[in-house]
Write a protein that binds this ligand. Structure first.
Ligand SMILES: [Zn+2]
Length: 327
């Protein structure tokens, strides 16, 4: 099915393990309306497909846009794909998604063409098209949250590798014999810098008897520490919290320096909930990058906070659809 070149709008879909969001977007990246549904990840493929279709229809109603005025859909989907064929090869958060056809039933139900990509790559493409990565020749994005997501956009294209597994920079091993990672290996960036690893790091210091305001902030139950508490405590001068960000920034800086040394990008964009700590995290990241990146590559590279927040996924999907439309 062809993208309708005369249509004014595209739809970006962000499929997560919990929610589906579909946004109607114009050609400048403005969001006109949103549809949100639950993704029903554990109920099976057909239910999730229905939820996606509903989200798209609701989004159109909210935006007061008819499906006839939509050129097509771009979707960010967790997992590994054969995106040209509309197939999800594997997606850990969805029950029994092994080599399933995702796009064809959506296209059939809505009468719209659709493209898709890995959710992290699509979010990176959103930052490239409409956010902090705008104008970059080579942009690398890291998302620091529950996990460490990453994406590369090179000369206007997402770089996804031969089996659409790349770049997975969250699973680059940067500390031999480091902590065990969710992927089963040891010392990945994710094992050191993801949300829970940051909380553990702060909690261990408190357990070791260090004085910290995190005790008070968590009502003396260290299980309830949050990154926002660590961030608040650090900004108030709490040594344990400042040190926690220093250590996490050091490891993130190694990961980023490796990306700089391999790819020689002009922009590195850092997003995700943890990045909201701002300079508390960015300052140690920059110091570590300066030590670990090669000088000429470092000189050419800006390290920037992401701009799109939670909109990166839907805007990335929209940008993919627009790229398809213009190709
Ligand atoms: Zn890993």
């Amino acid at each position: 099915m062809q993208f309708n070149k005369d249509a004014k709008y595209v739809i970006g879909v962000d499929l997560g393990g919990t929610n589906v969001r579909a946004a109607v977007v114009d050609r400048t990246g403005r969001i006109l309306g949103d549809g949100r549904t639950s993704s029903r990840a554990m109920d099976g493929l057909e239910y999730t497909i229905e939820q996606i279709i509903d989200a798209v229809r609701i989004g159109c109603v909210e935006a007061s846009v008819r499906l006839d005025d939509v050129a097509g859909i771009g979707m960010g989907v967790p997992g590994t794909h054969k995106s040209e064929e509309g197939i999800v090869v594997w997606s850990p958060n969805f029950k029994d998604w092994n080599n399933v056809q995702l796009l064809a039933p959506i296209t059939d139900a809505l009468g719209l063409p659709a493209v898709m990509g890995n959710d992290a790559n699509v979010a990176a493409f959103g930052e490239y098209a409409f956010g902090a990565g705008s104008g970059a020749k080579i942009m690398v994005m890291f998302t620091i949250g529950t996990g460490i997501g990453s994406g590369i956009v090179m000369n206007g294209r997402s770089f996804v590798g031969v089996t659409e597994t790349a770049p997975e920079m969250g699973h680059h091993i940067i500390l031999a014999a480091g902590p065990r990672c969710g992927c089963g290996r040891y010392g990945c960036v994710e094992s050191l810098c993801r949300r829970d690893a940051i909380i553990d790091r702060a909690a261990r210091k408190a357990h070791a008897g260090r004085h910290t305001s995190l005790l008070e902030k968590s009502n003396h139950d260290l299980r309830y520490i949050t990154p926002a508490m660590i961030s608040e405590a650090a900004s108030e001068g709490d040594e344990v919290s400042i040190e926690t960000f220093e250590e996490v920034g050091y490891y993130m800086g190694i990961a980023i320096a490796n990306a700089i040394n391999i790819l020689n990008p002009d922009k590195i964009v850092i997003g995700g909930g943890i990045a909201q700590a701002g300079d508390l995290l960015f300052a140690p990241i920059r110091r570590s990058v300066e030590v670990n990146a090669l000088y000429t590559a470092l000189q050419a590279c800006q390290i920037l906070p992401a701009q799109l927040g939670d909109d990166a996924g839907v805007l990335g999907g929209a940008a993919m659809a627009l790229q398809k439309l213009e190709s």
